[in-house]
Design a protein around this ligand. Sequence first.
Ligand code: C2O
Length: 557
Amino acid sequence: AKEQYHEFVVQEASVTRLCRQRSIMTVNGQFPGPTVEMSEGDSLIVRVINRGRYNVTVHWHGVRQMRTGWADGPEYVTQCPIRPGGSYTYRFTVAGQEGTLWWHAHSSWLRATVYGALIIRPRAGVAAYPFNYFNPPAKEEIPILLGEWWDMNPIDVVRTATRTGAAPNVSDALTVNGQPGDLYGSCSSKDTATFAVKSGETNLLRFINAALNTELFVSLAGHTMTVVGADASYTKPYSTTVLMIAPGQTTDVLVTFDQPPGKYYLAARAYASAQGVPFDTTTTTAIFDYGVGVGGGGSSSTTTPAMPTLPAYNDTAAATAFTTSLRGLRKAELPSKVDESLFFTVGVGLFNCSAGQSCGGPNNTRFAASINNVSFVLPSTVSILQAHYSSQGGAEQQGSVFTADFPANPPVQFDYTAQNVSRALWQPVPGTKVYKLKYGAGVQVVLQGTNIFAGENHPIHIHGYDFYVLAQGFGNFDAAKDSLSFNLDDPPMRNTVAVPVNGWAVIRFVADNPGVWLMHCHLDVHITWGLAMAFLVEDGVGELQSLQAPPPDLPIC
Ligand code: C2O
């Protein structure tokens, strides 16, 4: 295992997209940011230097961060932000995970442009991809980062929404590797990602949905994709012509380029599950070209590439068919027993507006989102992890920074999938609450979507953990009936689960990583509205089961 050093300078750079020039935040002037490639077991040391004009932190999305919670990155959860002019060095080891993860800013909406791929290969000479039984094996690997572009500065988009209480503007384009593609009018045609491929070869495509607020259907004209991994866990090979990837999720697929030489579009557009909620209706494209490069198929044709057929924006059946087809490659190692059985409602609601506030939401309200009716509020003077570490259990009792009384169940029960339930019954309460877990506890969480304002598919992400997705379904979760459908044999392991619109998903994990771990909807509009909570996992016995000491350069507020 090796140690790698990287320097990430957060700085502005000028880019032109959709015919408009804009100054954006980047890492090292690159957009998307640098790809970090490593072998399983390697350690990363990344010094982040903030030369921009906003506070920033970097999160290593999906990295387990065993005992190194100080390197996880969500601002005010595990660290105070790095101020302009400041720096912080993230140090951690990636062990037991192989595949595709990514990194992104975890401060306001900076991740709109501050993100990049994190590729973890099997240890050379020790391990190998489990899909070498494919014939032919993968020759090339292509990271494909799907994103979202605003003509406006995304920080101003979210600030305006927070001030007014209204929904933020939807994006102006979807992107592949930072490029909108040639369906956005003539000025955009040169901003199209192109991938050179060779006839007969099999490549490994590593998809990352880095979009802020859009779940995506993805398809490649004329070619079948075989999914072999998701969220840096291997899956049983699953062949399909369409992927559904939610923000935060990754999907690794093998594609054999066995079609007549030519150009083929890769296209992605929204899976928009909420009714009556505006979304980016555009389609982003990239081109796979057999004709370029040495040994290509010889076609450098100028003909229009073939376009794939994508499901309709509201095709929940297509989204579900994809997500429920994924299976873990190996037999699951589930917690031996469930010590904590939690039921969390996740959804968007509305705050009553108080005097002096602007009420940009529907019917004189402000948008709010919550888990078990608690709308998460970040602290501002110290991170939750720092408060926990320095108090050794004291501060949470006093409640000066946070309280450890996050509810295990919703305060009231009703038909969660019904719309227009009385808001008196369901008025979100702001709070900084954590749910405490004993080291080693077996945890099951039923994530139940609600339809208070509008039902929607919510990609729920947990920091510091991978979890098994045992089952998902529609309607209200019914323990007696639905536990019969749990897959206890080969459930997929993920770090982000797309909880079906007006439905539920059940996840399980062992609380074996001490620290404070944010759980949230990976649609940034929803985390902005409070769709988040945190688990506080206590230390176990002895040093190896305890959180390490904080690094000396940890930023303070
Ligand atoms: Cu990729 Cu807290 O998120």
